[in-house]
Design a protein around this ligand. Structure first.
Ligand SMILES: [Zn+2]
Length: 256
């Protein structure tokens, strides 16, 4: 626990912090980056109960180290700002402000295809500048200098799964992770995170248990209508095409 009291100066911690949701990317980034602290910040999202349940299972099965996990309960409620499409404005800025309390190297998970303006280079540069400014030496803290990193932004999910498996980590932890935006159990299978997770696992030969996803995304008319945004992701689009060909999805050309 970091001591924030009027009598002590807030020190530079020298720690690295990964914002950790318990989703597929979180499990991958944790194993590949080995940060000092995993910071889980529940913020009232509709998928949170399912996410929390899976996080408990990850702890029980050794998929996450509870000694490095910090859960910030009851400090952030963004539910009232969540749009119907699941977007929460400013979300990553809020999360990075919290993570800056715990360390100076801040990891914000992103892979190729994650195009939000609160995950891009300009955002990282400005947020770093803001944190450096706010954490100059004062009578209540020592000077701290920050680095916001997202080292896998040019990598595909499937590529990271390949790295993870290649280093001998357990594929079961990837299945225990929870990424569905609908918060259903089992995961819906059709939302963007579900489809991307399925493809990333399948092209690496990770067997998906029967019933793991509630539906097949390629059979969903709405998903097919928006398929182009997945097929256009550099590298990952090729993974989608390979996967769709493998499952015998019909009329791929007519989707784009
Ligand atoms: Zn889903």
């Amino acid at each position: 626990m970091i001591d924030i009291t009027p009598r002590s100066r807030h020190p530079a911690t020298g720690k690295s912090v990964l914002l950790y949701s318990g989703g597929l990317d979180s499990v991958l980034f944790d194993h590949l980056l080995a940060p000092d602290i995993l910071l889980h910040v529940p913020s009232g999202a509709r998928y949170e109960p399912a996410e929390r349940d899976r996080l408990a299972r990850l702890i029980d099965t050794g998929g996450v180290d509870p000694q490095r996990l910090t859960v910030l309960d009851d400090v952030l409620d963004l539910a009232r700002f969540e749009r119907p499409d699941g977007v929460v404005p400013n979300r990553n800025a809020f999360l990075l402000l919290f993570s800056s309390i715990y360390g100076e190297t801040l990891y914000l998970g992103a892979v190729v295809g994650d195009g939000n303006l609160d995950k891009d280079d300009a955002f990282f540069a400005r947020m770093t500048d803001l944190l450096d400014h706010m954490w100059q030496a004062t009578d209540w803290n020592e000077a701290r200098r920050f680095e916001i990193r997202s080292p896998f932004r040019d990598r595909t999910k499937a590529g990271l799964v390949r790295d993870y498996l290649g280093r001998g980590f357990d594929p079961a932890h990837l299945l225990t992770s929870y990424s569905c935006h609908n918060g259903s159990e089992p995961a819906c299978g059709v939302c963007g995170p579900c489809a991307r997770k399925r493809v990333a696992l399948a092209v690496n030969g990770v067997a998906i248990p029967d019933g793991y996803f509630a539906a097949e995304f390629w059979e969903d008319a709405e998903w097919r209508g928006g398929a182009a945004k997945f097929l256009d992701i550099p590298g990952e689009g090729d993974d989608f095409r390979a996967f769709l060909a493998d499952v015998g999805a019909p009329a791929l050309d007519s989707w784009t």
